[in-house]
Every structure is written in C-alpha cells, then in structure tokens.
Design a binder for this molecule. Structure first.
Ligand code: ATP
Length: 275
C-alpha cells in the first residue's frame, strides 16, 4: 500500500501531527514504527489502518485491514464470543465461520475459558487478547498493531510473535509499535521513525551496531547464516571484524564459539571504546 502526501491534524486549527508523508508498505513485510512520546506514532498507525482519515493526501491499495488499538474499548454489552463473531461478520465471514474462528483464536491465545464472559468483566490482559483475536480472525491483508503486546503475559506475547510471523508469511503487511526494541527484530523489514511530523527510515534500535567482534578465521570458515546477520569487515588477512547489535551479540558469540569450525574469537569491543 502507499501513503502519498499524507498530512494529519486534529481539528481545523490543530498543529500538524503528520506532514507530507510518503510511504510504501510492501506485502509480506513487517514494518516497525518508532518515535518519542506524543510524536504521532498512533496517529500514523490509525491513518494506515484506515480508522482515521488523513487531512491531506491519500492512502491507496490498502486491501482488507484490521487494527489493534492502544486502548481497546471493552464497554460493550456483549460476551467476548458475541463480540468476536460480530466482528467476523463485519469482515465478511459467515456466522458459522466467525464462531469457529472466535473459538479457535480464544484457544490459541488462552482465553477459551472466558469467551462466554461479558467483555465488561474481563481483566485488562484478557481484553487485550480479545483485541488481538478480533484483528487476526479476519486474516486481513494489512494488520496494524499499536502496542498489542502490552498487557499480555509472556507466553501470550510469544504466541502473538508467532501469529505475526504467520501473517507475514501469508503475504500480509504488518505495521506495529512496541516499546521493546527487540520485538521481532529479526523479522523487521523496515523501521520508520516519526519525528516532528515527518516519517523517516531509521536503523532499528535493536539492530544498532554496538558490539565489535574480531575473529581469526581458518582457511575456509563457515561464516554463512550468522545470528543477527552482522556486517563483516576484513580487518587484515585472517582477521574479520563482525559488527553486531547488542540484541544479537550473545547469540553470535555462542554460535562462533560452539558451532563454527576453524574460527576463534580474538577480541570483543563495545562500539566507541576506541577499538
Ligand atoms: N483524537 C485526538 N484529538 C486531538 N489530538 C490528538 C488526538 N489523538 C492524538 N492527538 C495529539 O496528536 C499528537 C500525537 O499523538 P499520538 O497519540 O499519535 O502520538 P504517539 O507517538 O502515539 O504517542 P504515545 O507514545 O504517547 O502513545 C499528540 O500531541 C496528541 O495529543
């Protein structure tokens, strides 16, 4: 999908939250959005999801979309199952298929025992699971997740990670905000930063180069498929410097020390310590 010249402000005289944003969000890509508090991340996600109209510019080729908002409104006089079934029908599924998927997602996300409880009585964590279920149940072309992991317990966060990867593999576009810079770091195709109304491509924090690992390489080192895909630099003959993020450096060292034949680690430096 494409955003072309998108601007957004709330009210006729409100300040511009987004200005002249041009973005291409390809199919099958996981897109991370970062930025300071109140910088406009949620606004960008709402415009991308189509739940809020841009003030200027246009959004094209969105396809079917689903959205997990930062705050899910559970103030509805419905059970979780009726709510999910209703949402399924709005997405064009039959009643029967909606119910089947509602039960399947409740099982998967671990709230099957609460699916017949009124939304109003659910804990924050369970509400969040319902919010996630309503978005995935429709198998949309575009999935927009605004801090969807917040409020979930660790097992559910892992399940959600897996669900996101599945959607990407199915060819969907997934756009997300999450406070954890390591969230799905290996899967992220592109990171954008919202800054003073502009949206700029950024090096994701989790991928930032922070650790330098010098290794002695044997005659034919197996340096394929290293954790975190570090940048390699031939320092001098027989010595390669790997530029790794902190997020991947432990796994990379473990891999180098235990799995790669003919390689020994000479030195590990932190970026900026004069190495
Ligand atoms: N519905 C609204 N009406 C008026 N102003 C709004 C509305 N939603 C957001 N804003 C304003 O737009 C700006 C950007 O808000 P937004 O929620 O998009 O930022 P954010 O980066 O997601 O923030 P946070 O990190 O705090 O969630 C803020 O100044 C906010 O007060």
């Amino acid at each position: 999908m494409h955003l072309t010249g998108v601007g957004k402000r709330y009210g006729l005289r409100g300040p511009w939250v987004l200005r002249a944003v041009d973005l291409h969000l390809p199919r099958g890509a996981l897109i991370r959005v970062e930025g300071g508090n109140g910088g406009g991340k949620s606004t960008l996600l709402r415009v991308v999801a189509g739940v809020c109209e841009p003030t200027t510019g246009s959004v094209t080729e969105r396809g079917s979309a689903a959205y997990v908002p930062e705050r899910f409104p559970p103030e509805l006089p419905l059970t979780a199952r009726r709510y999910l079934t209703h949402l399924g029908r709005l997405h064009g599924l039959t009643g029967r298929e909606s119910r089947r998927r509602a039960d399947e997602w409740a099982e998967r996300l671990g709230f099957a025992d609460k699916i017949r409880a009124p939304l109003r009585g659910l804990s924050k964590g369970t509400c969040q699971k319902v919010a996630v279920a309503q978005a995935f149940l429709a198998e949309p072309d575009l999935l927009v997740l605004d801090e969807a992991w917040t409020g979930l317990d660790q097992p559910s966060r892992d399940v959600l990670d897996g669900c996101v990867v599945e959607r990407i593999e199915a060819g969907a576009t997934v756009v997300f905000v999450d406070h954890d810079p390591r969230r799905l770091a290996d899967e992220v195709y592109e990171t954008y930063r919202v800054e003073a109304g502009a949206v700029v491509a950024a090096i994701p924090e989790a991928r930032a180069i922070r650790v330098l690992i010098d290794i002695d390489t044997g005659p034919s080192p197996e340096l394929d498929r290293l954790p975190g895909d570090p940048v390699r630099e031939q320092n001098r003959p027989g010595v390669v410097r790997l530029h790794s993020s902190t997020a991947h450096s432990d796994a990379l060292l473990r891999h180098l020390l235990t799995t790669v034949p003919g390689v020994s680690v000479r030195a590990v430096h932190r970026e900026g310590d004069g190495a």
